[in-house]
Design a protein around this ligand. Structure first.
Ligand code: DHE
Length: 517
């Protein structure tokens, strides 16, 4: 037999003896659809679409399919499907859906599940300072722990939807809190009775939520579909679904939405179009329209003319789309990061115009920015996701005053009105176990904490009066460490499952300058 004949006979033999590979869509239908939904948009398990998968931290998708996911109901499939099929399935799951299903008011309303056993309590069922309650999001097993911020007792530990992202938002009286997952689920929880009230899917893939100044409305910024959903906080019913389309007709994801308390509005930025939106949450309130009234800009005049009262929208056009942003404490200025990660822009929200450009290379993470008074000037500071440095900016002259070198790129920055220090984590790289403590006046690092060598140490929140700082050991067998904020000594270690953000009721509802909003 000639070599070429031998090769072709071998190929036929291999083809006959190798079982045919199943189509990934068929494997999905047989093995995955029951939990993750026939449309891949989630069921008891999360949605399996690129928008969600690319944001999941932890083991690689291939490993999750083969070995399962700890602390969830996801089993391993290595004994059910072959290695090659697992690879093909993982690749298929990472391809976008051919068609995005409609997810408007009707579908959102149909997704609502209210807790039939929920009973409202007229007053808290616990004996703690209601203004010093602090929540810890535990991403390891998708729970939130409710802490008494004085005794550090855990009052409750409740299950959340899969993969909570961004800060939970409290009603102005601190009675209820709303938690959002990347799959767009919004959960309402009663802190007084320690019970879930219900949940609703406001989007298919979402960024974050914002509470209105009066606690009546909750805005949900979505990537999929490209909408802003506004829910009634009372019963989670849909108040409005706004299609996010720029003035030039471009559809867009929402980068994020925040409450602007003094303006009585929501402010959001479009991720795919150069526009900021302001959405009124009190049609009677003048401040929202102050900018229009005092501006002679044509667009502003149009905006007044098209005002429709509650949820009236105002557009502010920018030079480039804004990805990540921060506000001055009076909410007159928005400081945004452009997509190139090399500079920031300052937008005067009253006149609706960009007024300054900031040199901020290294991908500033402005959403984590904080501000404080240094000497007789108000400054703000931001970490950078790609460089080990913090930029400190004078928010009157818009000059970068100082660049503080850190031991690696950080994610979160925190402080409190009553502490002389800023706490900055190092989230990426070999020094991810480091937390820097920086003097707000000298801008010098006064201490570098390394509480658990080798473990990721990140995100800080203070108690109500700023006397204690809570730090996450962001690992499955992690902890929240309570530090004395003056001596910087460890006071207590509370074991937690991959704790991420912490949120103190008082600091959040009073818009403390040292925390995110
Ligand atoms: Fe976040 C807040 C965007 C990745 C943990 N993150 C936010 C907010 C935005 C945002 C817009 C503000 C929302 C709010 O609080 O209302 N995050 C982004 C991104 O664009 C980015 C870089 C990419 C992405 O995955 O979407 C991103 N974020 C992450 C993570 O990888 C983190 C570390 C882990 C996780 O849970 O996914 C993460 N983000 C957080 C946390 C907050 C947050 C804990 C709330 C911080 C706070 O103190 O308020």
């Amino acid at each position: 037999m000639t070599p070429s004949r031998l090769l072709s006979s071998l190929a036929v033999l291999v083809a006959l003896t190798t079982p045919a590979l199943a189509d990934p869509a068929q494997i999905y239908a047989e093995e995955c659809a029951m939990c993750h939904g026939g449309d891949r948009l989630g069921g008891t398990g999360p949605a399996l679409i690129p928008e969600t998968l690319s944001r999941m931290r932890g083991p690689h998708l291939h490993d999750v399919i083969a070995h399962g996911r700890a602390a969830t109901q996801m089993p391993g499939f290595e004994d059910v499907i072959s290695e090659t099929e697992i690879a093909a399935l993982a690749e298929w799951l990472n391809t976008p859906l051919n068609e995005i299903p409609a997810w408007g008011p009707e579908q959102i309303a149909a997704s609502a599940t209210m807790n039939a056993g929920y009973v409202a309590a007229p007053a808290p069922v616990w004996d703690a300072d209601p203004m010093n309650i602090t929540l810890v999001v535990e991403t390891g097993d998708h729970h939130v722990s409710v802490l008494d911020g004085d005794s550090w007792d855990v009052l409750d530990r409740f299950e959340t939807p899969f993969a909570v992202h961004g800060g939970p938002k409290f009603t102005p009286d601190g009675h209820f809190v709303f938690v959002m997952s990347r799959d767009g689920w919004v959960q309402k929880y009663d802190l007084w009775s320690l019970q879930e009230v219900g949940r609703v899917r406001a989007g298919l893939n979402s960024r974050n939520i914002a509470m209105s100044h009066d606690g009546k409305w909750l805005a949900v910024a979505n990537y999929l579909p490209q909408t802003l959903t506004i829910l009634s906080t009372e019963d989670l019913s849909v108040a409005r679904v706004m299609d996010v389309i720029s003035k030039s007709g471009q559809t867009s994801r929402v980068s994020a939405v925040y409450q602007a308390p003094q303006r009585q509005s929501f402010i959001l930025a479009l991720k795919d179009a150069p526009e900021i939106w302001e959405v009124a949450t009190d049609p009677e309130a003048d401040p929202v329209y102050e900018g229009f009234v005092h501006s002679r800009e044509k667009d502003m005049v149009e905006a007044i003319a098209s005002s429709e009262g509650l949820f009236a929208r105002r557009r502010i056009e920018t030079a480039e789309p804004i990805d990540d942003f921060f506000f001055t404490p009076d909410y007159r200025f928005l400081i945004g990061a452009a997509r190139d990660g090399a500079h920031g822009v300052v937008v005067n929200l009253n006149v609706g115009r960009e007024i300054a450009k900031l040199p901020l290379p290294g991908m500033p993470h402005l959403g984590s920015g904080i501000s404080w008074i240094r000497g007789d000037t108000r400054v703000m500071a931001t970490p950078h996701l790609r460089e080990g440095k913090l930029s400190v900016i004078d928010i009157e002259s818009w000059e970068v005053l100082s660049t503080i070198e850190t031991e690696g790129p950080g994610f979160f920055l925190r402080s409190h009105e009553n502490t002389p220090y800023v706490w900055a984590d190092v989230f990426f790289g070999p020094n991810k176990d480091v937390m820097h403590v920086i003097d707000k006046q000298s801008l010098e690092i006064v201490k570098t904490l390394r509480p658990e060598p080798g473990a990721t140490v990140a995100h800080v929140e203070f108690d109500r009066d700023g006397t204690h700082a809570l730090v996450s050991i962001w690992e499955e067998d992690g902890a929240v460490i309570v530090y004395d904020a003056a001596t910087l000594e460890e006071v207590k270690r509370l074991p937690m499952n991959k704790p991420s953000g912490k949120y103190n009721v008082w600091n959040k509802i009073t818009f403390s300058e040292g925390t995110s909003h």
